[in-house]
Unconditional design. Structure first.
Lengths: 223, 204
């Protein structure tokens, strides 16, 4: 895929449909690298609030929603933020495929299998998920989001060869790095240095309650 | 005790603050300045200062180690601090133009319950957050204390308010205090506050 279409001077001259096509092409490139299923990108006008760039929906057939305001926006860095969102949401699709690997999707080939511990937390987090209404820091560092944010930033930084001569790209990476640093600082301040474990443990407590309820319902139905 | 305090006095140094030009008394890692000092660790500071003052009053103890002029300065400095400590009775807040803060204890059950109610978080997380409130920047103690009493007072650091943080991060009032703290803790709160204004906290 020719990524130069995402460069600021190219992106700004694109029509809405061309931007959507570029993002779809980007999304279809990633599954080939990861061995996961492709996900359809849908542009959403009403479902997503202003602070939400995208959303991954795991209901079959899975969809990846992109907030329409970012396609129409003339704000600088929107091109790179849109790319990062597609990669971030695509990572959720990957997590979803990995979680369901033993169930309905035995035919797909996942190239990168996470550790058992990571998978354990992703499964718990897929049942107990703190959505966008929650405080950003708690939401940000739950296991699946932590991984998706990290993955997207890592991939965006890896595009330096393609976009390194675009000042806006460098500014985007610099800005994101600052944001991430400050988010970690805040998490440490609120939840101690073990913030990831604290958040994961809290999810696990809720998961245990969830499992107990399920078991209770099952026992009720069987008797 | 006498030897310990004597060595402590010998480790005191007095200098002008680069930032405020106020006199500062530096003792090991603790820094006290003449217009704003914070007692964040040792609640028994009054007792220790009184003891040091008594030692200093006998100049013979130090005659070979320290100049009389420096001892005079330390004594005057300690007098001022003592006066303010006695006036404020080591309570946090601004009294007599001198800010005195003592180590807080926000990790109480009352605070835990309040955090649970306001953040809808579990007791486990709320207890951690309550304890972490003890680690926020001392300038925010009065904000936390007011919040514990039921008041949400405003706080502004270079154009970033607690209200801004609440809106931007969908945070509760108490959660926003942690972000304000990291802005205040930075080497340049002004710069970090400006950076904060550009942060987006996008979700996906």
């Amino acid at each position: 895929m020719d990524l130069s279409i995402f460069k600021t001077d190219s992106w700004d001259g694109l029509k809405r449909d061309e931007k959507i096509a570029a993002l779809r092409e980007l999304e279809h490139k990633t599954p080939e690298e990861q061995g996961r299923e492709k996900v359809r990108i849908v542009v959403e006008d009403k479902l997503l609030s202003a602070g939400t760039f995208g959303h991954y929906c795991d209901k079959r057939p899975c969809k990846l929603y992109i907030n329409s305001c970012y396609l129409d926006s003339k704000e600088p860095l929107t091109n790179y933020a849109a790319m990062a969102t597609v990669i971030h949401e695509g990572r959720h699709a990957y997590q979803d495929d990995v979680i369901n690997l033993d169930n309905e999707r035995k035919l797909i080939k996942i190239y990168e299998i996470p550790s058992k511990a990571t998978l354990h937390w992703w499964i718990i987090n897929s049942k107990i998920y703190n959505d966008e209404q929650d405080n950003f820091i708690f939401y940000r560092f739950q296991p699946r989001e932590f991984d998706a944010f990290n993955y997207a930033h890592y991939k965006m930084k890896a595009f330096k060869a393609q976009f390194g001569n675009d000042v806006y790209y460098n500014h985007y990476i610099e800005q994101r790095t600052l944001e991430i640093e400050s988010e970690i600082n805040e998490a440490i301040r609120a939840y101690t240095k073990k913030y990831r474990q604290v958040i994961a443990d809290d999810l696990f407590d809720s998961y245990k309650v969830y499992v107990r309820k399920k078991q209770k319902t099952l026992r009720f139905l069987l008797t | 005790m006498e030897e310990k305090c004597k060595s402590a006095i010998l480790e005191f140094s007095i200098r002008r603050s680069r930032d405020t030009n106020a006199l500062e008394l530096v003792f090991r890692d603790e820094k006290f300045s003449e217009d704003a000092f914070e007692l964040t660790k040792d609640e028994n500071m009054q007792v220790i200062i009184a003891y040091i003052k008594r030692l200093i009053s006998n100049r013979a103890n130090f005659v070979s180690d320290m100049s009389m002029q420096k001892l005079d300065m330390i004594e005057r400095f300690l007098d001022n601090i003592m006066l303010e400590l006695i006036k404020s009775n080591v309570e946090s807040g601004v009294k007599g133009g001198v800010k005195v803060s003592k180590s807080p204890n926000f990790g109480t059950n009352e605070v835990v319950q309040k955090i649970m109610a306001e953040t809808r978080k579990s007791e486990f997380i709320s207890r951690i957050m309550a304890n972490q409130l003890n680690t926020v920047h001392p300038k925010l103690y009065k904000v936390v204390k007011a919040w514990v009493k039921g008041d949400e007072i405003g706080y502004n650091c270079n154009g970033v308010t607690l209200d801004d943080i609440m809106k931007k991060q969908k945070a509760s009032y108490v959660e926003s205090i942690f972000r304000m703290s990291i802005i205040l803790e930075s080497k340049s709160p002004k710069k970090v506050a400006e950076q904060y204004k550009t942060f987006q906290f996008l979700r996906g």
